[in-house]
Each structure stands twice: as structure tokens, then as C-alpha cells.
Design a protein around this ligand. Structure first.
Ligand SMILES: Nc1ncnc2c1ncn2[C@@H]1O[C@H](COP(=O)(O)OP(=O)(O)OP(=O)(O)O)[C@@H](O)[C@H]1O
Length: 269
């Protein structure tokens, strides 16, 4: 992958699903978006507009119905190995300890038990869970489980990280802590991130660019450049006038789509 090759490239990507009545439903239409290596992109849009579907195409979980989807310049035909994931419901296994959970991805990739253990120890320390290595997930708070999931994702050093509302189920304070943790841990990894969220403050605080999607079928409506300096203090940054200007720009664009989605929903119901 050369420096000019996007980490992710969607070109007029379209996804049509069969619907329950034997017809079809277009979830995404002509989505065109390049994400550069090391870039943090957040995606916002009305509920059900097709944001998760966009991630499914990049992750190879669903094939595109039309258009192109590439990761590192290579068309996506299967699940790419250099992609890490984090979802609202984390993939932490309840019957494995913190240490085993964090090392899981390395073991799947063929690392020896001792190699996985020593590298997972390093990540456990980086995410602030030293001392909890032998705990099981049910013995941890929601925020601690998210730290496990973060370590689990980052330990395999993915070039691309796809995140679908990863902090959506957390309380506001824990969510803010995890946003700060994510930025701290992501800095310097060189990974490209696509992060789907409903929380505009989160979208702006984390991103280099915020992509606003239209009501279904999803297409890119606006891209707002977030020219706030890094490293960022997510607590502080949201109080700055520049942040409020960005918030207004994103919300103005999104509000129209939320209204359209609501009207479509009302006419269907
Ligand atoms: N496998 C599938 N088969 C049929 N329809 C699907 C499938 N996956 C998603 N859809 C439909 O595609 C549309 C977009 O779904 P998607 O989950 O991508 O939206 P979203 O923007 O991520 O939603 P939310 O904001 O609520 O998380 C929805 O109407 C959904 O019902």
C-alpha cells in the first residue's frame, strides 16, 4: 500500500437487500468515500439509514450489490485480516479471563500461548487493567469490559478499525473516559478508523472528518472537516467556540435527514 493509496475506498457502493415481502430494499446508494491511512472518520445519520451496512461492506461481511469497495487498494472479497472491529455489544468471551480475552486475536492468528500472554500483558497495562488479568468479564464494570475490548482490537495492530457505536451502552461519564482512552491509544498506531455514532459531540471530538449520511438509502450528504488540533482533550474541546461551530454545521445537515427519515417512517406506519 503506497502512501497515496486510501486505507478504505468506497466508490458508488450500493447495497440492496431482499425484503420480507419478496421485494427489495436499497440500504445504501452510491456511497463514495476515501479514508486515508491514519485518518479518523466518524459517521452520523438518521436511525436505520445504512451506517452499519456501510461497515459490513468494508469488513467483507456483506458483498456490495454494485460499485467498488477496497481495503488497502485491494477489492474486498472476503474478511480482510488487517481489519479490527469494535461493536456496541463487545466480543468479550464470558468464560475467558481478561488475559485470555485480550490475547484471543493473536491466538487465532497462530501466536504461541506464551507470546500471546506476554503481548496481552503489555496491552492490559496500556488500557489500565493491570491487576485484573485473572478476572472474568462478569467481575468487571461496563467501562472495564470496554477496555478489554479495546485491547482485544488493538493488540493485532490493525491498519483499519471499524467501530459501530462501541460506547453506545455506557453511561455519559464512562463514555467520555473511553473516548479519551481511544484517542490516546489510537494516536501513533497509524490505523484508519471509521466510527459510527449517534452522538454528535462524540463524532466531532474524535474525528478528522465527520461524514453525514442521508436518510435511507444512505449516501454521503456532507463531509465536515474537523480542524481542531491534536492531541485533544475531549473534555475541554467541547467547550471551545470552534467546536460549537462544527456542532452547528453537522447538526444543521443531519437535522434535515432526521426529519425526512421521520416522515418516511410515518408514511410507512
Ligand atoms: N441483512 C439484512 N437483510 C435485510 N435488510 C437489512 C439487512 N441488514 C440491514 N438491513 C436493512 O437496511 C437498513 C439499514 O440498516 P443499518 O443497520 O445499516 O442502519 P443504521 O444506520 O446502522 O441503523 P442504526 O442507526 O439504527 O444503528 C435497515 O432498514 C435494515 O433493516
Amino acid at each position: 500500500m503506497t502512501q497515496s493509496t486510501p486505507a478504505i475506498r468506497l466508490h458508488r457502493a450500493t447495497k440492496v437487500f431482499p425484503d420480507a415481502s419478496g421485494g427489495s430494499f436499497t440500504a445504501m446508494r452510491n456511497v463514495t468515500l476515501d479514508v486515508a491511512p491514519g485518518e479518523f472518520v466518524t459517521v452520523v445519520g438518521p436511525t436505520g439509514c445504512g451506517k452499519s451496512t456501510t461497515l459490513s461492506l468494508v469488513s467483507g461481511l456483506e458483498p456490495a450489490s454494485a460499485g467498488a469497495v477496497e481495503v488497502g487498494g485491494v477489492p474486498v472479497t472476503a474478511i480482510p485480516r488487517n481489519v479490527g472491529y469494535m461493536f456496541q455489544q463487545d466480543a468479550v468471551l464470558p468464560w475467558r479471563t481478561v488475559s485470555d480475552n485480550v490475547g484471543l486475536g493473536l491466538r487465532y492468528r497462530g501466536a504461541s500461548k506464551s507470546d500471546a500472554r506476554s503481548r496481552s500483558q503489555d496491552w492490559i497495562e496500556r488500557v489500565g487493567l493491570a491487576g485484573f488479568e485473572k478476572y472474568y468479564p462478569h467481575q468487571l464494570s461496563g467501562g472495564m469490559r470496554k477496555r478489554v475490548a479495546l485491547a482485544q482490537t488493538l493488540i493485532t495492530e490493525p491498519e483499519i478499525i471499524l467501530m459501530d457505536e462501541p460506547f453506545g451502552a455506557l453511561d455519559v461519564q464512562t463514555r467520555e473516559l473511553m473516548q479519551a482512552e481511544l484517542l490516546r491509544l489510537w494516536a501513533g498506531t497509524g490505523a484508519a478508523v471509521v466510527f459510527v455514532t449517534h452522538d454528535l459531540t462524540e463524532a466531532i471530538a474524535l474525528a478528522d472528518r465527520v461524514v453525514v449520511m442521508t436518510a435511507a438509502p444512505a449516501t454521503v450528504k456532507t463531509i465536515v472537516e474537523v480542524d481542531l488540533p491534536r492531541p485533544r482533550d475531549v473534555d475541554e474541546i467541547r467547550l471551545q467556540p470552534a467546536f460549537l461551530r462544527l456542532y452547528r454545521a453537522v447538526w444543521q445537515s443531519l437535522r434535515e435527514e432526521v426529519e425526512i427519515a421521520r416522515q418516511k417512517g410515518a408514511s410507512r406506519g
